[in-house]
Design a protein around this ligand. Sequence first.
Ligand code: JCK
Length: 235
Amino acid sequence: MRVDLITIFPEYFAPLKLSLFGKAQESGLVEVEIHDLRKFTQDKHKTVDDAPYGGGPGMVMSPVVWGEAIDSVLKNAPGKPLLVVPTPSGRVFNQEMAIKLASFDHLVFINGRYEGIDSRVVEHYQQSGEFSEVLEISIGDYVLAGGEVASLVILEATSRLINGVLGNEDSVSDDSFAPGSMQNLLEGPIFTRPASWRGLEVPEVLSSGDHAKIAQWQKDEAIKRTSKFRPDLKA
Ligand code: JCK
């Protein structure tokens, strides 16, 4: 998979060079390129924002600069990438969307700041046919200062689904939320040695060797936890 990210804060993406993701890059499974939006400005002050039409607080990012930057990434793209646009007014990201993103050969993330990017940028690339799809995604119902952290979240959830990026391939298919596994349940408690730690014992059933009984216990605990923390789930 190839990933292009455009941002006014390229340093935000330093974590991508670390650990798991760094190894995926070294091995050639994932190729990441960071692009500095300000390189696509025309004026000597490298301006990327302007006042909002209709008034209101803050500044809006210029469609002119974003158009230049995105076109430049597209010009070096072999096929039709997926355009990912983190925004507080997008569809809320979930595991199903991560699975979909992981199926693409090429993702392009555009990272806004200030009050966001002029809406015509998304409209234009939805119409131009240069992207196979344009996805406006929110990572949750809270307001971040920009799209960078959201892109990192989306990219981490997506890249661990790519074969070979994760160390242990078994961990992927068994995920909570992953269709065909523990559907719509949170995972219950998990334990490792020692059997007794600071007066707390590992539940006996887990050492019983009765696999059916263990599975039933884990299911019961998952249901308890789900109704406590996520009563909206288990549809
Ligand atoms: C991208 C700029 C900051 C700040 C206007 C928003 C009422 C708009 C996100 N889950 C998520 N939360 N926030 C983001 C996100 C925030 C961004 C950008 C993503 C680009 N900002 C910003 C204030 C406003 N208010 C609520 C009006 C944007 C994701 N993904």
